[in-house]
Design a protein around this ligand. Structure first.
Ligand code: 13P
Length: 255
């Protein structure tokens, strides 16, 4: 595998944090700290923060993403946001299938696939999250689980469209727990997801796909995780809310 064939991407997932005023401050703090990054830098922010984040990041190397989108183009879906709405305001990225959506909001592999399709149709790039829960790792079904989540989510996605798919391997037991997967565990699963993509498409598509690790990644452990050949970046929760910490991860990814 040749890491040079794919982009390294460090993305923040702010989750349900930061008001628009706070978002403006955080993006402004990030700008000077990540301006020399040798990787892609994305901040995925709550819907209400998108406009100010876009404005604050304009003309910089920080790209803005959303944290979810609906599968329909429009309609009677109270409280939802469509991929076209995001695209029309200048958003480029959207996280889909985060484990918190699966865990708390009834997201299934099938609805993840529908949202992926809608996002691609709207012209967005998807950060698709997959990952096992603690009990699934203990049962020894991590590989099957991650392969299945990947396969169902990518149903109907063409090889050409894979250039707009980023995969984030996020073991649920490592999210927000301070319990990071070891670099070897992250590498093992990122590698098997890449193999799964090679089976679905081609080795070339697999080699060109960015696969991130997410789950308690921080300024102290990023360098080791990112040193692994199949770990092409990070999806960062808690540490993305502090500009200095996030910037240190970007720095580690730029080495
Ligand atoms: P933490 O970095 O807070 O563990 O969150 C990871 C995550 O869920 C990113 O999407």
């Amino acid at each position: 595998m040749n890491k040079a064939k794919r982009k390294t991407i460090i993305a923040g997932n702010w989750k349900m944090n930061k008001t628009p005023a706070e978002a403006k401050v955080l993006i402004s703090e990030m700008i000077p700290l990540v301006k020399d990054a040798d990787c892609d830098v994305i901040a995925c922010v709550p819907f209400v923060d998108l406009a100010v984040a876009l404005e604050a990041a304009q003309g910089t190397n920080i790209k803005i993403g959303a944290e979810n989108c609906h599968w329909a183009k429009s309609g009677a879906f109270t409280g939802e946001i469509s991929a076209d709405m995001l695209k029309s305001m200048g958003i480029e990225y959207v996280i889909i299938g985060h484990s918190e959506r699966r865990q708390y909001f009834g997201e299934t592999d099938v609805t993840v696939n529908q949202r992926v399709r809608a996002a691609l149709d709207a012209g967005l790039t998807v950060i698709l999250c997959v990952g096992e829960q603690k009990v699934e790792r203990e049962q020894g079904i991590t590989a099957e689980l991650c392969r299945m989540q990947t396969k169902v989510a990518l149903q109907g996605v063409t090889a050409e469209e894979m250039s707009r798919i980023v995969i984030a391997y996020e073991p649920v037991w490592a999210i927000g727990t301070g319990l990071t997967a070891t670099a070897d565990q992250a590498e093992e699963v990122c590698a098997l997801i890449r193999d799964c993509i090679a089976e679905l498409y081609t080795a070339e598509v697999a080699e060109a796909t960015t696969i991130q690790y997410g789950g308690s990644m921080n300024d102290a452990n990023a360098e080791e995780l990112l040193s692994k050949v199949n770990v092409d970046g990070g999806l960062i929760g808690g540490a993305s809310l502090i500009a200095e910490k996030f910037a240190k991860i970007v720095e580690a990814a730029s080495k």
